[in-house]
Design a protein around this ligand. Sequence first.
Ligand SMILES: NC(=O)c1ccc[n+]([C@@H]2O[C@H](COP(=O)([O-])OP(=O)(O)OC[C@H]3O[C@@H](n4cnc5c(N)ncnc54)[C@H](OP(=O)(O)O)[C@@H]3O)[C@@H](O)[C@H]2O)c1
Length: 320
Amino acid sequence: MRAITVAQPGGPENLRVEERPTPSAGPGEVLIKVVAAGLNRADVMQRMGFYPPPPGASDILGLEVSGIVQHVADDVTGFAAGDLVCALLTGGGYAEYVNVPAVQVLPVPAGVAITEAAGLPEVSATVLSNLMMTAHLSPGETVLIHGGSSGIGTHAIQFAKALGATVAVTAGSDAKLDLCGELGADILINYRTQEFGEVLKDRVDVILDIIGAKYLSHNISALAVDGRLVTIGLQGGVVAEININDLLRKRGTFAATNLRGRPLDQKASIISRVREVTWPLIESGAIKPIVGQAFPLEDAAEAHRFLESADSSGKVLLTI
Ligand SMILES: NC(=O)c1ccc[n+]([C@@H]2O[C@H](COP(=O)([O-])OP(=O)(O)OC[C@H]3O[C@@H](n4cnc5c(N)ncnc54)[C@H](OP(=O)(O)O)[C@@H]3O)[C@@H](O)[C@H]2O)c1
């Protein structure tokens, strides 16, 4: 099969199309003929050599796909050859076929095109696990979502609105803030011209943070009493100094999580909650997949350049 691999760590030009053996479905697994793969910021980090695949995972890039079930292992129930599915992966998505534990597979939601479904597993699992399972976002609370026009952000805005929260976002341009507003965001902050820690001082119950060190003290400033800050990205660095008393005064909680490294049982319980909570919201139209652009598999380098550019919003996909 054709797959995208990294010749050597570095820029997008290091992505290449390679012939690899087609995988087979091991115990508990499903083999998917891939229709589309979703791009994630983590793929860029892996390409650059900063985010190696966990032990045992494929070195082929790609953390989510949609496609058609080709084969299921004898011990798998609930899926059959020919089913239209999407799946959360630990790697291997930028390829014509991928094998994945059945507990990480979801049906394509009714009303969603199979190509668009490739962009759903990673964002839906990340957003639900952090906003609901870690931060316990409740109706009537205020949530701040950094990078509101990103793949994660566009889904998080809609998910939080569906939960009944007031949504504040940051983004780097007014056009991106307009998109966030169209998706339901209530408070729009341009991080290039406004200081969100001041605008939202002491007002935010939950923050979904993708910046890390650079925003840590500003995030604590924005937190309300009993607020919960969850950092899932480190685009602004990893080392920060804070006054812990600022957090203590507010009885604040600071959590940091990742999805890819979680053990199978945790991924299974997140995917099962996504199917129970998020899938009906997608099928009712309350949450729409937001696809920025799709590229053919062999143009993976171009797709990475686009994801890393200021032009990207929503999900970027590779199609096969
Ligand atoms: N821990 C986990 O389990 C997990 C899982 C999935 C994703 N993530 C993280 O979530 C983040 C989003 O992922 P993605 O794939 O959706 O990425 P993406 O579509 O490439 O988006 C990156 C976003 O970062 C925003 N950004 C850059 N600098 C910013 C700043 N100073 N303030 C606010 N926003 C800023 C960009 O906003 P502008 O374009 O407006 O500048 C853009 O929307 C990444 O950091 C990724 O690593 C973590």
